[in-house]
Design a protein around this ligand. Structure first.
Ligand SMILES: NC(=O)c1ccc[n+]([C@@H]2O[C@H](COP(=O)([O-])OP(=O)(O)OC[C@H]3O[C@@H](n4cnc5c(N)ncnc54)[C@H](O)[C@@H]3O)[C@@H](O)[C@H]2O)c1
Length: 309
């Protein structure tokens, strides 16, 4: 049995629908703070699917959800860098205390493996690009700091209690049914006013974006193939593009020609890492390969946005 925390969210629902379609038994644990049941339409009603509404900080509920579970994919988190600056206590409570309660429940219930979605932002403003996994972790946001703490606990629980830990440090993931991130922001703004597009910062922030199906493949493959009791892998596209490129590509698919207006400064927001490219050789050695190009991914995402928003 697989437990997916945050399974009603963007990445979690794609992962859940993937496992359910393969016939695996999956329980989703989510408080629906940002996740939505409709993301799970492909799984709801299937015999191998179960949903528990609960908060990962509520240790009793997490503990009872963990009965009979062999493998946990722990995705529930507050994923906003911006919010972690304005509300540091909230991101600490959900991301650090919440992860601790998930690990404790895993320990008490003899769970064999915890797969964790960490982030490229753990490296902070890395001077080496593409950044390899052994680069020092120097976070510049509270969100990234919370994920570093989580990685440290997962490593410790692996070594102390023998719970296998697999950490995936994800680049920017995009695709349906995401309703956050730069592409969604641009889409909403362009639908409100196709003549003008406000871009946070100077548009030169340059990052790596990976399409959701490639991310799901990476989570599955790393979980199945990696042999060590604890290990960590970058997951990214091997390609970095600036925000202006994302804006131009979206505009061309939406057939609009807005005037770009920049809010100024080099960062989009506090804690924004302006250059990010991950070295992905380590996960490629396990057999993972990116399958969807950035342009094709944006096209698919825009098609979904047009059909649903
Ligand atoms: N999307 C990205 O580009 C990206 C990049 C790096 C890492 N990640 C990580 O991947 C994971 C999933 O991200 P996402 O983009 O799908 O975000 P998301 O917000 O769509 O999903 C998070 C899910 O967790 C649930 N949740 C939040 N707090 C909870 C709590 N206290 N108890 C139970 N459930 C709770 C939400 O309802 C939601 O369904 C997160 O851990 C995030 O930090 C995402």
């Amino acid at each position: 049995m697989i437990l997916i925390t945050g399974g009603a969210g963007f990445i979690g629902s794609n992962l859940t629908n993937f496992f359910i379609s393969k016939g695996s038994d999956v329980t989703v644990f989510d408080n629906l703070s940002s996740g939505r049941m409709e993301n799970l339409n492909a799984s709801i009603g299937r015999k191998n699917f179960k949903f528990i509404k609960g908060d990962i900080r509520d240790s009793e509920t997490v503990d009872s959800a963990m009965k009979g579970v062999e493998e946990v994919y722990h995705l529930a988190a507050d994923p906003s860098v911006k919010d972690s600056a304005t509300n540091p206590g909230v991101s600490f409570s959900i991301n650090v205390s919440g992860t601790f309660s998930v690990l404790e429940a895993a320990r008490k219930n003899d769970v064999k493996k915890v797969v964790f979605t960490s982030t490229s932002t753990v490296y902070g403003e890395a001077e080496v690009l593409p950044t390899p996994e052994n680069y020092p972790l120097i976070p510049i946001s509270n969100y990234a700091a919370s994920k570093v703490a989580d990685e440290a606990y997962i490593s410790s629980y692996a070594s102390t209690y023998g719970i296998k830990g697999v950490v995936l440090r994800l680049a920017n993931i995009f695709g349906s049914p995401s309703t956050h991130g730069v592409m969604f922001d641009f889409y909403k703004k362009l639908k409100t006013n196709p003549k003008k597009l406000e871009i946070l910062g100077n548009g030169k922030q340059c990052k790596s974006y990976l399409y959701i199906s490639d991310c799901v493949d990476a989570l599955f493959l790393a979980s199945r193939k990696q042999k060590n009791i604890f290990d960590f892998f970058n997951v990214g596209s091997g390609q970095m593009e600036n925000v202006n490129y994302i804006a131009n590509t979206m505009c061309s698919f939406l057939k609009v020609k807005p005037k770009f207006e920049y809010t100024g400064g080099t960062r989009g927001w506090k804690g924004d890492v302006v250059k990010m490219l991950l070295d992905t050789k380590k996960i490629e050695k396990l057999g993972w390969r990116k399958k969807v190009s950035l342009k094709d991914g944006i096209r698919k995402y825009v098609e979904w946005l047009e059909a649903t928003q």
